[in-house]
Design a binder for this molecule. Sequence first.
Ligand code: B12
Ligand code: SF4
Ligand code: SF4
Length: 329
Amino acid sequence: MAPGLAETVTPEALANAAKTAAADLGFEACGITDLAPSAAAAALDRWLFAGHQGEMRYMERQAPVRREPSRAWPDARSAVVVLHNYYQRDAEPAPGRGRVARYALGDDYHDVMRRKLEQIGAGLVGTAGAGRFRAYADAGPLPERELAWRAGLGWVAKNTMLISPLLGSYTFIGVLLTDLVLAHDAPFEADRCGTCRRCLDACPTEAFPAPRVLDATRCISYLTIEARGPVPEPIKPTMGDWLFGCDVCQEVCPWNVRFAVETAEPRYRARPKTEWPTLQELAAMTEREFDVVLGATALVRPGRAGVARNAAVVIENTRARGAAECPAA
Ligand code: B12
Ligand code: SF4
Ligand code: SF4
């Protein structure tokens, strides 16, 4: 960092500047932490050893950085962590259509989050007269839920989600690393799940071998977004109408039932093309049609082939349900 104004601005003033900028940009919560080694490194190692990451080889490659977040950028001195609410009520299901998880209904959140985080970074540079930053939202090696917990924003719940006591869990987490020293917040101390286990019992694929441990290879989110191969036969019927992602372990959580409010970010609102899309159309799309219709949404992650695979499973499930309800079908 170049010497100058940065040395005269206090860590508290810098923290206030970051939090004010975050609020002005529409982030509902913001906290600050350091880059100390992960307190959950052993849990990550057990998770990887058990093979719960499935085909997500990047989780193995990125493990050294998740264990020691400072490796992401050795110059980093502070992590500004933000939450952005994306909740919206689900539209009514319609025959022949598939359900998309709420986080993917609007524009691709990676872009929205990154641009806003970069604005906070630029604001800090303006305040301090120096400083550099790096922005992360989902697409990097940082342990984002743990950083959010350490920054005081909420607790890591039994469904593994970071729950904010003010917002629930329908939030994206964003992290801005900066080489400036900002005043840090205290970790969120409480575990507010108590004796509840609704999420564990509601998961349609029984993907939680224990509280706070998710076997991704059984999770609908993984199977419809990350996995490249076919969905295992025994899991197919339990996927119901989930075409992309899954929200069940969040929908049943009392913290969401009570505190989730509609997102104020217009770019997260459902697009006609992502809200209960027509399955037959998806299954028959060419690559070019897929790019035109679903480009700039999170559905690009599994690509046309992945979405067509998912659509075929939902079509199968819908037919099976129809046959069960109507013996003449
Ligand atoms: C890989 C991944 C997945 C995988 C695996 C999920 C998982 N639970 O591990 C799959 C594809 C299944 C997935 C699904 C979803 N994901 Co995802 N995913 C990630 C990613 C890239 C890494 C997560 C990870 O490190 N997993 C490995 C496990 C071992 O780590 P972990 O779940 O963070 O658990 C740690 C803690 O639980 C800790 N721990 C255990 N007990 C305790 C106790 C305390 C006190 C503490 C501090 C820590 C702790 O130990 C673990 C090791 O570090 C992050 C982004 C990122 N870079 O962090 C997004 C992220 C976690 N996903 C996110 C979202 C939105 C989702 C979905 C809701 C999408 C959807 N609707 O379909 C689902 C939710 C499913 C679920 N219940 O987790 C958000 C979560 C936001 C939030 N508020 O929590 C993230 C943070 C992306 C973002 N930037 O917003 N995801
Ligand atoms: S996202 Fe769905 S399948 Fe995955 S753990 Fe939660 S409820 Fe289970
Ligand atoms: S449903 Fe209950 S156990 Fe699960 S995350 Fe919410 S409060 Fe915790």
